[in-house]
Design a protein around this ligand. Sequence first.
Ligand code: SF4
Length: 125
Amino acid sequence: MSKRNDLEHKALQHIMNTGFDGILQSDLWRKLGASSREGSRIALKLEEKKLIRREKELRNGRWTYRLYPKRLPAKIDSIADVPCLMCPDNPRCDPSSAISPQSCDKLTDWLLSVSKNEAGFLGDS
Ligand code: SF4
C-alpha cells in the first residue's frame, strides 16, 4: 500500500470512529502527522468517493471543515430491535411463502424508521 493510500485508509478509520460527532480536519491531520495540504487532498478524495461528507465550520474565527463518515460500521445495536428477532412467525417466514419479508408490515416499518434515522444523520447530501 502506498504511503498516500495508507494515510487515506487511516484517515477514513479515524473519521468512522468519530461517528456522529465528526472531527475537525485540522485535528485529524495533527493526529495522523500529515500536513494540512496533504490532509485537504485526502479529505477531498474521500468525499469524491462518497465515503465522507465535509461540513464548513467556523472555529476560532477561521473557516474549516468537520469531516463525518457517510456510513458507520454495523454494530449489533443497529439490529437489536429488528422485529424478526422476536417474531412468532419467524420459523415460517420465507420469501417463497405467504409469510414473507417482502410483504411484512412490521419489517417495512422498521426499515423505514432506520432509513429515516440514517437520512437525518446524513443530511441532504
Ligand atoms: S419479516 Fe416479518 S414475518 Fe418475517 S420474521 Fe420478520 S417480522 Fe416476522
